[in-house]
Design a protein around this ligand. Structure first.
Ligand SMILES: Cc1cc2nc3c(=O)[nH]c(=O)nc-3n(C[C@H](O)[C@H](O)[C@H](O)COP(=O)(O)OP(=O)(O)OC[C@H]3O[C@@H](n4cnc5c(N)ncnc54)[C@H](O)[C@@H]3O)c2cc1C
Ligand SMILES: *[C@@H]1O[C@H](CO)[C@@H](O)[C@H](O)[C@H]1NC(C)=O
Ligand SMILES: *[C@@H]1O[C@H](CO)[C@@H](O)[C@H](O)[C@H]1NC(C)=O
Length: 343
């Protein structure tokens, strides 16, 4: 009996110890916001504060269509958890969440790249198959010139999906949002049990441990086009695409490592249009409704790890450097952060 009581007490202590009470999240892009929501869904009594240093419409997460596809097999699990989450949201909430179910195609002259996509999500994404010869005839290439896959994906359009999560965090969970620039994670380590660094392109600077030199911008541009009849995504070699979202269609893009200027040039526009028209000539003269450029937070790989604060007992968890797949892995990464925090 006494043994039972003792072990119960030990057990409880362990639970209480692993139970964070006060959590600070640096960043209110798709990564920080998903992380905050994952904490609240795990335990609504956790006190969560989100720090951000600019309006949402000035972050990288505002502009993208957020098409699910996974370029790095290391993130397979995070992709899978996110895909299940988007599917569930689409089923239970629908388009008001900013999430849209959409099928489409990825084409490539290099079949190795498509096989990697198959390995990364071909078994869990719906309707995945390699295109047969007659399906490839939809595209203006010689039969032996191109390969393709088809699958059902989800878009999580930043400007709708992230604000939808804000509303849940504010209204249902009473989460605090504080507009304040945080210099380094240590600044918050005294007041919080857990500090999560979701500062995107600034993640290395905020980490303050030498990682800043590993994080770099990858400039991207997307054009919003007037083509409401385009209902499937079409993607060539991971650089040229149209992605339909709930109310519009986006055409893109460029991937320029190390370039951080945001002005959209005529060269950007002409280049994207010309490249895309080669996949689908119907888009040759399509009208452009708006344009956007953003900086993907590049790093050789995502930094998702926990370190002990030098200053206090706080756990510091880094979650940044998601490059061109931030929406795709957002929910899986958020769940992993919460698991680390409750360890
Ligand atoms: C053109 C383009 C197309 C893309 N398409 C897709 C796609 O189809 N699918 C996909 O999965 N991904 C896509 N991406 C990638 C995706 O946009 C990013 O991976 C993702 O938005 C990164 O989110 P984040 O929350 O880490 O960063 P951000 O959205 O940049 O947010 C960073 C947050 O940190 C805060 N912050 C930064 N520094 C500080 C500080 N010192 N103190 C306080 N707060 C701070 C900022 O205020 C902000 O809230 C695309 C990107 C681009 C540019
Ligand atoms: C961004 O949002 C802020 C606050 O909501 C608004 O004042 C500002 O005009 C917006 N900026 C752009 C470029 O849309
Ligand atoms: C195809 O892509 C793979 C992986 O990206 C690369 O290693 C290979 O050289 C490419 N093959 C051709 C023919 O371009």
């Amino acid at each position: 009996m006494r043994l039972l009581v003792v072990s119960l007490v030990i057990c409880l202590c362990v639970i209480v110890q692993g139970q964070p009470k006060r959590v600070a999240i640096i960043g209110a892009g798709v990564i920080g916001t998903s992380t905050a929501l994952a904490f609240k869904e795990r335990d609504p009594t956790v006190d969560v504060t989100i720090f951000f240093d600019r309006d949402f419409n000035e972050t990288t997460s505002w502009g993208p269509a957020g098409l699910f596809r996974l370029d790095n097999g290391k993130y397979r699990k995070w992709g899978h958890l996110s895909y299940q989450r988007f599917s569930q949201i689409f089923k239970e909430v629908g388009g008001v969440s900013g999430v849209q179910r959409v099928s489409g195609y990825i084409l490539s002259k290099n079949i190795t790249n498509l096989i990697s996509q198959q390995i990364n999500y071909g078994d869990y994404a719906f309707d995945f198959h390699f295109l047969r010869a007659h399906e490839l005839e939809q595209f203006p290439y010689a039969a032996d010139e191109i390969y393709g896959i088809h699958y059902t994906s989800f878009t999580t359009e930043g400007r709708a999906y992230v604000p939808w999560m804000y509303q849940i965090l504010k209204k249902k969970y009473n989460t605090k949002f504080v507009k304040q620039q945080i210099k380094t994670v240590n600044e918050l380590a005294d007041k919080y049990d857990v500090v999560v660094n979701c500062a995107g392109l600034n993640g290395g600077i905020v980490a303050n441990d030498g990682d800043a030199s590993n994080v770099y911008p990858i400039r991207g541009v997307i054009l919003e086009i007037d083509a409401p009849w385009q209902k499937n995504f079409v993607y060539l070699d991971f650089a040229t695409f149209t992605f339909p979202t709930i109310n519009t269609v986006f055409m893109g893009t460029v991937k320029q490592d190390g370039r951080a200027d945001l002005e959209i040039t005529q060269e950007d526009i002409d280049g994207i249009r010309a490249r895309y028209a080669q996949i689908q000539p119907a888009m040759n003269n399509v009208k452009i409704k708006s344009m956007w450029s953003g900086l993907r937070p590049g790093r050789d790989q995502i930094r998702l790890e926990m370190v002990q604060s030098e200053k206090s007992k706080a756990k510091i968890i880094h979650n940044y450097g998601h490059a061109g797949n931030g929406f795709t892995v957002s929910w899986g990464c958020a769940l992993e952060v919460v698991d680390l925090a409750f360890q």
